[in-house]
Design a protein around this ligand. Structure first.
Ligand code: FNR
Length: 381
């Protein structure tokens, strides 16, 4: 009901802000340091021009596509986000049900709050990807990868842009902790978000996706468990452990795009982690045309960071991305209204994708081509 009055992802963000304690809200909403990477990633989408063609038959628009050689009803899916049950206690399961209804893939984060098994059981037929960092304890990595394989996850997404966690200043400012603690500050903040707290207190306690017998919670904090001694060579043992499609997420230069493609990645995600890691990096959208020229023939290019509208999705696909991921867009929906909010986020993005395609004079994803979009200001890199 509440989310029905949202007509854009920004509207969902506003509702989310009212309904969610400041800690989790700003954990989602914020980026690293001065948030320049985050803002520029967004600005790059606003700084483009479409070149619409007229008098074409667009009465039926087909938004289906493929990514990693499997069908998706829409040219975007849900990227991995950690700690999802903090945003709303319905968590990853609600997001997965919404993704399954929409016919799009969704990647479970390794620092998610639902186990690999429970997530799989929720929607066995859905397109489920598993995202992992490279853990200090290789045995744990291997066990997780084996579990994902056993439970029918389709692709392994290895995130490589977190040698250390970015400096998220809003987390410090708003006293973000995991799991959330009731202190004087958070209590005052929570007093008018009663529903969030009652949801939290009446559902099962959080567990990390990685949390398993024998693995302590402290080992699982990103800063502690992510192994920042790993190199491209480590992709070899991952390849040995995982025979399905491998996706390398967090590529920000053409050189690394080349190396990832040469290492046999079925896909790469051009991403600056939504501006949550190194600040002042290139907007992935501006890297896209050159990346397509560099590795487009060898690997599928997936793009994320800053996508807030269906028109953004259409622009990225036109410029040569195979697929787009959204992070905050669905989390704002989740925080605004649980599962119904995620459904609403999909509805909004879907109708924006369809309308943008029709206004561009395009009736199918395959008809999207680079000549329909002009990047302004800084142009392509
Ligand atoms: C993320 N992201 C992320 N990526 C990843 O590989 N593993 C993870 O656990 C997380 N966790 C996470 C939490 C939150 C709250 C956010 C917002 C993001 C990054 C995510 O997959 C994606 O790259 C960005 O969210 C894309 O940018 P937008 O769509 O949020 O602008």
């Amino acid at each position: 009901r509440r989310v029905a009055s949202a007509y854009t992802i920004d509207d969902l963000r506003r509702i989310a802000k009212r309904r969610t304690p400041s800690g989790p809200f700003h954990y989602v909403d914020g980026g690293a340091e001065e948030e320049v990477s985050m803002q520029r990633a967004r600005e790059a989408f606003r700084d483009l021009e479409f070149r619409p063609r007229i008098l074409r038959d667009v009465h039926a628009v087909d938004t289906t596509t493929t990514v990693l050689d499997e069908a998706s009803a829409l040219p975007f899916g849900f990227g991995p986000t950690g700690g999802t049950r903090m945003m709303h206690s319905a968590g990853e399961r609600a997001v997965l049900r919404a993704a399954a209804r929409a016919g799009i893939p969704y990647a479970l984060s390794s620092v998610g709050t639902t186990s690999i098994a429970d997530f799989a059981a929720e929607a066995p037929a859905a397109r489920r990807w598993f995202q992992t960092y490279l853990l200090k304890d290789r045995e744990t990595s291997l066990r997780m990868i084996a579990q994902a394989k056993e439970r029918g996850y389709e692709a392994l997404v290895v995130t490589v842009d977190v040698p250390v966690s970015g400096n998220r200043l809003r987390d410090l400012k708003y006293g973000m902790s995991y799991p959330p603690q009731l202190t004087v500050k958070t209590f005052l903040d929570a007093s008018y978000r009663v529903e969030w707290w009652s949801n939290l207190l009446t559902t099962e306690p959080y567990t990390f996706t990685y949390e398993e017998p024998g693995v302590s919670r402290s080992e699982l904090q990103v800063s502690g468990f992510n192994d920042n001694t790993t190199t491209f060579d480590d992709l070899a043992w991952i390849r040995d452990a995982w025979d399905g499609p491998l996706v390398i997420k967090g590529i920000q230069t053409l050189e690394d795009a080349r190396r990832a493609a040469d290492a046999g990645a079925a896909g790469i995600v051009l991403s600056n982690h939504g501006g949550r890691q190194l600040d002042r990096t290139a907007p992935p959208l501006l890297l896209l045309p050159a990346a397509v020229r560099e590795v487009g023939a060898d690997t599928e290019i997936i793009l994320d960071s800053g996508v807030r509208t269906g028109a953004d999705v259409v622009a990225a696909i036109a410029l040569g991305a195979r697929f787009v991921l959204v992070g905050r867009a669905y989390l704002y929906g989740l925080m605004a209204g649980g599962e119904a909010g995620v459904d609403r986020a999909v509805q909004i993005l879907r109708s924006e994708v369809e309308r943008t395609m029709q206004l561009l004079g395009v009736a199918s994803v395959a008809e999207l081509t680079p000549d329909q979009v002009r990047l302004l200001s800084r142009g392509a890199l």
